[in-house]
Design a protein around this ligand. Structure first.
Ligand code: 6GU
Length: 247
């Protein structure tokens, strides 16, 4: 799988050289290239922004450097070779919300390109224009505002990259984690069994796998109801009762 990131702060993406994603890159499980948007400017000052038509605060990113960089990346896209379009992800608080389900969907793609906007955003015509060569998806991390797309790209590349087969050593850990079944993860404990007068719940020491599964499901539900009641409302009760029968 290939990722390209275009940004005026390429150094912001340096953490993607570390940990599991960094290792996956070294091992060739994923390829990630970071491009400096200013390299695609033509003027002496390497200008990437200008004042907004219609007035208002802040600056808007000029369309031409984006067209130059995204056009160049699309031409070299491995997805284009097998008749697909690469996906252009535009991080924006005005996008659809990034979820684990969306991470799984995007992990199926051959080529993801991230366009990191700064200031008040990118000239809207770039997103329209890019539609010829890309499937364009404005995506938000949630209902709050960041200064630019870079931090959002760090989060999305990590969430998507770890779903690529081989990136996470034990694929079982993807099954048990928060959001994999629409619920938050159950609480976890390790040795010692008594720590500062606090005991690990006894059932976890019992070796009774049926009881342990029941304990964990119950705590998933309690925790989700307390912290994320919206997830309880969204539960697909039919799949849930099916899972329950098997425990
Ligand atoms: Cl993806 N970008 C920016 N700039 N702010 C955000 C965001 C993205 N998601 C939440 N806030």
């Amino acid at each position: 799988m290939r990722f390209d990131v275009v940004s005026i702060f390429p150094e912001y993406l340096a953490p993607l050289e570390l940990s599991l994603i960094g290792k996956a890159r070294t091992e060739g499980l994923l390829e990630l290239n970071v491009h400096d948007l200013r390299a695609y400017t033509a003027d002496r000052h390497r200008t990437v922004d200008d004042t907004p038509y219609g007035g208002g605060a802040g600056m808007v990113m000029k369309p031409e450097p984006w067209a130059q960089s995204l056009g160049d990346i699309a031409e070299k896209s491995p997805a284009t070779a097998d008749g697909r379009k690469p996906v252009l992800i535009v991080p924006s608080p005005a996008g659809e919300v990034f979820t684990q389900a969306l991470a799984y969907e995007l992990a199926e793609e051959e080529h993801l390109v991230f366009a990191c906007g700064r200031y008040e955003g990118i000239d809207e015509r770039v997103l329209e224009w890019a539609g010829d060569q890309y499937t364009v998806r404005p995506i938000s991390l949630g209902d709050y505002v960041l200064n630019g797309g870079e931090v959002a790209v760090l989060a999305m590349v990590e969430a998507i990259g770890r779903l690529i087969p081989g990136v996470v050593g034990n694929p079982e850990s993807l099954v048990e984690e928060s959001h994999s079944d629409g619920l938050l993860e159950y609480p976890v404990y390790t040795k010692p069994s008594v720590w500062r007068d606090r005991e690990v719940p006894e059932v976890l020491l019992s070796g009774n796998h049926g009881k342990i599964a029941k304990f964990r499901k119950e705590h998933q539900l309690r925790r989700t109801a307390a912290r994320r009641p919206d997830l309880i409302d969204a539960l697909d009760v039919s799949t849930f009762s099916k899972a329950e029968k098997n425990t």
